[in-house]
Design a protein around this ligand. Structure first.
Ligand SMILES: Cc1cc2nc3c(=O)[nH]c(=O)nc-3n(C[C@H](O)[C@H](O)[C@H](O)COP(=O)(O)O)c2cc1C
Length: 257
């Protein structure tokens, strides 16, 4: 499927048909994972795949309550998802990786005198969650590419219980759960989609993209972008509606890539 088509079609699906996903299709979706970029190539991510009602029940039992299940109009559609992929991330892996010789100058690695909390508090943002978000988006797009539907759920409760039930070591955090399956006809529309900001952002990309400075010149979607050709430096130059050129050097801060 064309990439633009995949982007256009992706949405959160909150009601699934209960039929299982054939193994080759599931492997195709999971095949996006080794392509996920990770900071410093740390690869401090893992997924835990729960397949079929018996396994997915472990997820639901840990993360939802009887009360919520009896009141939620979404519960039957969500619970029917044949696969739940837990996306896990380990700060420890990043703290170890950034203490290696090629990264030690970043000051982000953990030295023996530090607790894990002290060391992770030094990071500009927690890259372990940034990377998990990228893996999750890959899975969401991979699902569309495979003709499936997907939904990302945050873990609002029960993360510890879930880890224990599945034997996941405490160093690993559950960044999110991606439900996979075939969308059911009963999939309800999310009220989040009707929030004015979201509607506006789709109609007016200028609300998302700021040119040159915060609330810079207005975005003109019909303007031709000028991208670097072969042999030109890696800085990208993108023309704006006002004829200005915004130059974006690839980031190369102390932590490197
Ligand atoms: C980090 C994150 C957590 C989310 N958690 C939930 C969730 O717990 N339950 C849910 O129904 N949707 C959840 N969503 C889905 C958003 O509500 C949804 O992406 C948004 O409303 C836009 O809709 P769309 O993805 O269908 O375009 C989450 C999305 C993100 C990015």
């Amino acid at each position: 499927m064309d990439f633009q088509e995949v982007l256009r079609r992706r949405r959160m699906v909150r009601a699934f048909e209960p039929r299982p996903i054939p193994p080759d299709l599931l492997r195709r979706v999971l095949g996006v994972l080794p392509r996920t970029p990770t900071a410093g190539n740390t690869e401090g991510l893992a997924v835990l795949v729960l397949e079929g009602p018996e396994q997915t029940r472990t997820y639901w039992s840990a993360t939802t309550t009887e009360d919520w299940r009896s009141r939620s109009r979404r519960w039957p559609g969500l619970a029917a998802a044949p696969v739940v992929v837990l996306v896990l991330t380990s700060a420890d892996r990043y703290l170890e990786r950034y203490a290696e010789p090629d990264k030690v100058a970043s000051g982000l690695g953990r030295v023996p005198s530090m607790t894990g909390e002290e060391a992770s508090g030094r990071w500009p943002v927690p890259y372990w969650f940034v990377d998990a978000g990228q893996a999750i988006y890959g899975l969401l797009l991979g699902a569309v590419d495979a003709g499936l539907g997907a939904c990302l759920l945050g873990t609002f409760r029960g993360e510890e219980a879930l880890r224990q039930a599945l034997g996941v070591p405490p160093a690993w955090r559950v960044a999110g759960a991606v439900l996979l399956g075939w969308p059911a006809d009963t999939d309800p529309r999310s009220p989040s989609l009707d929030r004015p900001w979201r509607r506006q952002a789709r109609l007016d990309p200028g609300r998302l993209v700021h040119w040159g400075r915060w609330h810079g010149p207005p975005f003109d979607p019909s303007a031709e972008p000028t991208l670097p050709g072969p042999g030109t430096p890696r800085a990208s130059k993108v023309g704006t509606s006002s004829g200005q050129v915004a130059s974006k050097e690839p980031g190369n801060g102390p932590a490197g890539g």
